[in-house]
Design a protein around this ligand. Sequence first.
Ligand SMILES: NC(=O)c1ccc[n+]([C@@H]2O[C@H](COP(=O)([O-])OP(=O)(O)OC[C@H]3O[C@@H](n4cnc5c(N)ncnc54)[C@H](OP(=O)(O)O)[C@@H]3O)[C@@H](O)[C@H]2O)c1
Length: 242
Amino acid sequence: MQIEDRVFIVTGASSGIGRSTAIALSARGAKVALLARSTETLRQLAPKLPGSLPLTVDMTQFERVREAVAAVRQHYGRVDGLVNNAGRSYAAAIEEIDPALFDEIFHLNVLGPIVAMQAVIPVMRAQGGGSIVNINSGTAFMTIPQYSVYSASKRALLGFSLTARAELEKDRIVVSEIYPFITATNFGKNRMGNPAGGGPAATYASGDKPEFVAGLVLQAIEEGQAQYFANDRLRKMAGGAP
Ligand SMILES: NC(=O)c1ccc[n+]([C@@H]2O[C@H](COP(=O)([O-])OP(=O)(O)OC[C@H]3O[C@@H](n4cnc5c(N)ncnc54)[C@H](OP(=O)(O)O)[C@@H]3O)[C@@H](O)[C@H]2O)c1
């Protein structure tokens, strides 16, 4: 799908991959609705991205997600793309999993993206098509002690994304997924649960740049393949050709 002059919603636009994606889309001439909880951070970013729309949204508050999509449509008159990027991790051994935090992770990483898709699908269908890009994780293909909840949430997102892709093909709505590897963002700092879980923050600092992942998002929007991987190791883990 073309990017220039199109309207995109980016969730988790206040930091990391979402912020880089919003900047990259804007630089290519798109209008971007910036969704996240951090009102002040979005307020500072918006003037740098011409025609952007900052919206304070907690993606686990599903009615608010629906309201935000309606507000974007009202503001621009259309919605062409959705980048489901907002997400967090949770470190806890199986015997320590807190059901409330399990719920929070699944609400944010799985149900939030589903509710956002549900809200944009009728709009895109009426327009004759659109692009949905879900940010997954290489951990969907890995078994990592303490990361069962996070990797299970991303495995669930994988299933919903592939099914949505099959269901929506007839409507010319293309659903793609991005599989980042370790990326230098605030992701490690924002992890919930065991502070010892997941190793030092330095692991993230030496990861891929968020701009690299944003480049994969733009590639997915333009090309529309099902899955994009940050490296060949992840592609192999997913069972794809090297
Ligand atoms: N960094 C990595 O190594 C890595 C690897 C694989 C996959 N990923 C995936 O990449 C995506 C982006 O993560 P990142 O690395 O860019 O991390 P990040 O720097 O921590 O950014 C996360 C974004 O999600 C937003 N967010 C968190 N909770 C939210 C909520 N309840 N409602 C709305 N927005 C919320 C945050 O904004 P507010 O706090 O302002 O709400 C922030 O903008 C996630 O889906 C993550 O699973 C990251």
